[in-house]
Design a protein around this ligand. Structure first.
Ligand SMILES: Cc1ncc(COP(=O)(O)O)c(C=O)c1O
Length: 365
């Protein structure tokens, strides 16, 4: 049996009529850029995430950029970024000309290590980007304590963590601002690009709302240098349909993960831990193995799709060569990049397919 790493077409086929009808209504009303479909989605997402308000934009990367602008981060500032995350987390600093200070992650959950964060702080540190990687919330209580002590703003990158919580609090509302991505492969995926900002601080949302439309709140008056980061009407319409399923999809991801956790028994395999602060929403189910590449080849030979997310830690990316880092600087991030392997996990995966993945992993020699 072949098991794909991810098959988006299963979800898109199941929702075809409903999404096409929603998009057709948007088309008929010519609500192409922002518009009521987007505003309705903002309200619905905010409600589900436990927030009062939200600002939808055209990608998770744009959301991070707008938060950096709203926090007035600039060239004199430093931003702490985990050394193991998706590259866009680091663009938060790059796009506003700030200096990146990388910090290592915790081996157990692949999220920012609070003590490494504390050690990376200098008098110029203005913000930290905390990625809730693979759907697992970071250790927010300790991170917030460090940030408060040094007056550092906390940006939560929730691109992979829709509906995740930390000690009962929804991610995105714990720090100063949280950003989400609706890239099609995400737990909530658009039919194209999309992103969104949450914040407990209304002034951040107000600034972001203006910056996404050319820094304008009054037509043709521009109070700040802004961007065209509007979410498209079609995306708002499609996301509105999908949002109604997000809790059920998350439950299914967790059920698959629990089966993996209970039944994967290969020696030397390191499974994700489930910390008390909150169960992952399992954007990825990422295991580690000392012979990762051989395990991956074994699974591929059996028709099981896997992915290495991520093979290169950020401090070793060519685009950041100017920062002068070398191998050995962030050993936990490097070990993660060398040993991680993500297994298939998406809501439409069948029980039979999950069983096949488990059996194939356990058969590795
Ligand atoms: C952790 C993380 N941050 C940011 C992003 C950027 O989101 P987008 O692709 O919507 O720009 C992504 C996903 O691509 C991500 O996984």
């Amino acid at each position: 049996m072949n098991v794909p790493f991810l098959d988006l077409s299963r979800q898109n086929r199941a929702l075809r009529e409903e999404i096409l009808a929603a998009i057709a209504a948007t088309y008929d009303a010519s609500r192409f850029c922002l518009g009521d479909d987007v505003f309705r989605f903002e309200t619905a997402f905010a409600r589900l995430a436990g927030a009062e308000d939200a600002v939808a934009v055209n990608s998770g990367t744009s959301a991070l950029h707008l938060v950096a602008r709203a926090l007035e981060i600039g060239p004199d500032d430093e931003v702490v970024v985990p050394a193991f995350t998706f590259i866009a987390s680091a663009w938060t600093a790059s796009y506003v000309g700030a200096r990146i200070r990388f910090a290592d992650i915790e081996a157990e959950t692949f999220t920012l290590d609070p003590s490494a964060f504390a050690a990376a702080i200098t008098p110029r540190t203005k913000a930290v980007v905390v990625t809730h990687l693979f759907g697992q919330s970071a250790r927010m209580d300790e991170i917030l304590a460090v940030a408060a002590k040094h007056g550092v703003a906390v940006i939560e990158d929730c691109a992979q963590a829709h509906l995740a919580t930390c000690d009962g609090r929804p991610v995105g509302l714990i720090g100063d601002a949280g950003t989400f991505s609706f890239y099609p492969t995400k737990n909530l995926g658009a039919c194209g690009e999309g992103g969104l900002i949450l914040s407990r601080r209304p002034e951040i949302l107000e600034t972001a709302r203006a910056l996404r439309v050319h820094g304008s709140t009054v037509r043709y008056r521009h109070d700040a240098v802004g961007y065209n980061y509007r979410m498209e009407g079609f995306q708002g319409a499609a996301l509105g349909v999908k949002l109604k399923r997000l809790e059920a999809w998350t439950a299914r991801r967790r059920a698959i993960a629990r089966r993996y956790l209970a039944e994967l028994s290969l020696p030397d395999l390191v499974l994700p831990v489930v910390p008390e602060r909150g169960e992952s929403v399992y954007h990825q189910f990422t295991i580690r193995h000392p012979r990762r590449d051989a395990l991956r080849a074994h699974l591929q030979a059996r028709g099981i799709g896997t992915d290495i997310i991520y093979p290169i830690p950020l401090h070793l990316q060519p685009c950041f060569a100017g920062l002068g880092h070398a191998r050995g600087d962030f050993p936990v991030a490097e070990a993660a990049a060398d040993t991680v392997l993500s297994l298939p996990i998406f809501p439409e995966l069948t029980d039979e397919e999950v069983g096949c993945v488990i059996e194939s992993v356990n058969a590795f020699q």
